[in-house]
Design a binder for this molecule. Structure first.
Ligand code: AMP
Ligand code: MG
Length: 690
């Protein structure tokens, strides 16, 4: 660190990042690469500008044209693609005094080693005054790889560019220069590294270049960086549809998702806004009613009880004035809890009565059997003839439940918006007052579709062929939907072909209210959901990216479907969830469930929230809020949460036992044990972990 660091300025070119700097992660990626060079580089300035040529140029000139404190290296990131908005190379070219095609060649050659799509890269490099200017791609990965391809030779280049007297610079020979600039004194090796893309020399080329989503990145042995970096947007949001045209093939797809990155809250707002309102139907009061929400106030049709009833086993009596019932009385009738006409009772007579049975006409009170003695029996010994009553001071109405004393006919027993539960007594209440039908909101029907050429039915016998993946999501989501009370229809597996997918979706849209798909929403050329929804089905994508982990490419759309009967166009809801199983289940609970709730009239929508205490330290994602699968259990100290383990979105094992999603903020430092956070409860709280 003895030498003075070379001064670097980084210019992020992105209309999105210019509005919301938090969406940019290339800056961090570049700083990281530079920091690895042992203090040789110092990032002294960073700026973000939109994809506007004049603004790009203005900033570069501010840096490259200053008289003192000049910048050695100006790196731009973004705006290098083929779309209309991409104009960084043109803006920079116009400013370059000395083009550096060698640097361009080195960057292209290194990228071409990774993917033929590098042919579409259009880097520009050169010298303006004393500064080297290089344009890098907008994706953190691309920017990083391109910079790494030329980085070792840049100190030398910078020193040359800065030197007024090149003879003085070369006085000690090239080896001295390289040594000063920190290149290995064995200059042959140093050059081989730069020019021959030596794979053994620490390049990070094991990343696949063509895809920038979660799914295709894991399995390379990089434990953390597997494609979760925030993407920078380079295309205008005004273009509609934003999805790729699948007919144009991989070389013409967008290199970055054109969908704005939304916060989870904003995504939920859009879901609330665009989910069709609940539909009112007449439902029978039967075992299928629980879970439904009432669309009307319900009034009692009848009194409960419907007649004067005894609340004890004993004898119905007509209480004389003063209440003295002591004496022996003939048992003239029996009133069981069964329907039928009863004989009127007179003073001096009693009638045997059971709990819940109607009082005979004329009876005013009931004496408990415990307050009586059997006096005489019928000749066959089977029936009571006379009973002695021991009670004194008996009041009228004693041990009687009056007609309508529980519920009066006409009274409101349940209100609009109330949900009929299976554990509470609402269903019994309806049954008691003679209500056989109620107006409710219709429960939406959900169809679940898996997509992907590699996906095979989970129960397909035999071993998997190379590349095949057992369908994990369909059964998981169908079960989750059913557990939440919704009918889930199996829509099978659709191949990654536009026609197949369109046909499957069209057919499904006629049968169901909601479609939930998994897979195919990332950035691969076979990721067809967004284009199929927008281009083939005429749907509207309300959002296509959410700042969260896992689940970034979650897509929410509505598609108008013409009803055969009425000819009306009804919007149907399509959720396209990411393919990784953990992402799929998390986004189901977080986004699909609130939408189902809204369509079913359930409020508030979504999972219940509780504050829980972390049982151990939790590492956070640096850029995105994370929904961490965890187990919540109740104990003496309240609710405590334990992680289910590794949270990679492809990790099926992280689903085991999870009954909640912890709402973790993004951040650099871990959240410590004992911190309280919000948990979204997916299932019953456990109590066996103490
Ligand atoms: P995609 O979103 O299509 O790029 O898929 C991302 C990852 O999830 C890939 O590794 C897929 O193989 C995997 N995947 C997609 N659908 C399923 C599924 N139904 N079951 C299990 N894994 C899946
Ligand atoms: Mg796929």
């Amino acid at each position: 660190m003895s030498k003075t660091a070379l001064r670097v300025a980084v210019l992020i070119v992105s209309t999105t990042a210019a509005k919301d700097p938090s969406t940019d992660s290339s800056q961090a990626a570049l700083s990281e690469v530079l920091a690895k060079e042992d203090g040789r580089w110092e990032v002294v300035e960073t700026k973000i500008v939109p994809d506007v040529a004049s603004q790009i140029q203005e900033q570069i000139m501010l840096w490259a044209d200053r008289a003192a404190d000049h910048i050695n290296l100006i790196l731009t990131s973004g705006g290098t693609g083929f779309t209309v908005a991409d104009n960084t190379p043109e803006a920079v070219s116009a400013l370059i005094h000395k083009p550096a095609p060698g640097l361009v060649h080195a960057m292209l050659a290194a990228s071409l080693d990774v993917t033929p799509f590098a042919m579409m890269a259009r880097p520009v490099a050169g010298v303006r005054n004393k500064s080297i200017v290089i344009t890098l791609p907008g994706s953190p990965k691309g920017a990083r790889e391109n910079l790494q391809a030329v980085l070792k030779t840049l100190p030398h280049a910078c020193l040359q560019a800065a030197s007024i007297d090149s003879r003085a610079l070369h006085a000690g020979g090239i080896e001295k220069l390289e040594a000063e600039a920190g290149l290995r004194s064995d200059s042959g090796q140093a050059r081989a590294h730069g020019q021959h893309h030596n794979h053994g020399a620490g390049h990070q080329h094991s990343h696949s270049h063509g895809s920038s989503h979660d799914g295709h990145r894991h399995g390379h042995g990089h434990s953390h960086d597997h494609g979760h970096g925030n993407l920078v947007r380079h295309t205008p949001s005004s273009a509609n549809p934003m999805s790729n045209d699948p007919n144009l093939g991989p070389s013409r797809r967008s290199r970055e998702s054109p969908y704005p990155m939304l916060s989870v809250d904003d995504a939920l707002k859009l879901i609330k806004q665009h989910t069709p309102p609940p539909e009112i139907i007449t439902s029978k009061v039967d075992v299928s009613l629980p879970g439904l929400v009432l669309a009307e106030d319900v009034r009692a049709k009848e009194n409960v009880p419907a007649f004067r009833a005894s609340i004890v086993d004993g004898y119905a009596v007509v209480v004389p004035k003063g209440g003295d019932m002591k004496g022996v009385f003939p048992v003239v009738s029996v009133s069981h809890a069964s329907p039928g006409e009863a004989k009127p009772l007179k003073v001096g007579e009693i009638s045997r009565i059971t709990t819940g049975a109607p009082l005979p006409p004329g009876a005013t009170s009931v004496i408990m059997v415990e307050d009586t003695i059997l006096k005489t029996m019928t000749d066959d010994g089977k029936e009571e003839r006379e009973v002695e009553i021991l009670a004194d001071n008996v009041k009228e109405g004693e041990n009687i439940r009056e007609m309508g004393s529980d519920i009066k006919a006409g009274a409101t027993i349940l209100s609009k918006g109330e949900r009929i539960s299976a554990v509470g007594g609402e269903i019994g209440l309806l049954a008691a007052v003679g209500v056989a039908e109620v107006k409710t909101y219709r429960r939406p029907i959900l169809g679940v579709l898996s997509t992907g050429d590699e996906i095979v039915p989970h129960d397909r016998p035999g071993t998997l062929r190379l590349g095949e993946v057992r369908d994990t999501n369909r059964i998981t989501l169908m079960c989750a939907a059913r557990e939440c009370g919704y009918e889930a229809i199996d829509l099978g597996i659709a191949a990654d072909r536009p026609g197949t997918l369109e046909e499957t979706l069209r057919h499904a849209l006629r049968r169901v209210d909601f479609i939930v798909t998994t897979g195919g929403v990332s950035m691969g050329e076979l990721d067809l959901l967004k284009p199929t929804i927008e281009r083939a089905l005429g749907g509207t994508i309300h959002f296509g990216r959410v700042a969260m982990k896992p689940g970034k490419p979650t897509t929410f759309a509505t598609v108008p479907v013409k009803e055969h009967s009425s000819g009306h166009r009804t919007p149907k809801v399509v959720f396209s969830l990411p393919g990784n199983p953990a992402s799929a289940i998390v986004t189901f609970h977080l986004f699909v469930l609130p939408s189902l709730h809204r369509a079913a009239g359930i409020a508030p929508e979504g999972l219940p929230r509780a504050r829980v205490t972390l049982a151990h330290d939790f590492t956070l994602d640096r850029t995105r809020p994370e929904y961490h699968r965890a187990v919540v259990s109740a104990g003496p100290a309240g609710l405590v949460a334990v992680s289910t383990g590794g949270q990679r979105s492809s990790k099926v094992s992280s689903l085991r036992g999870a009954n909640c999603l912890l709402c973790m903020p993004s951040g650099d430092k871990p959240l410590r044990k004992g911190t309280t956070v919000d948990a979204l409860l997916m299932g019953p709280i456990r109590s066996d972990l103490w």
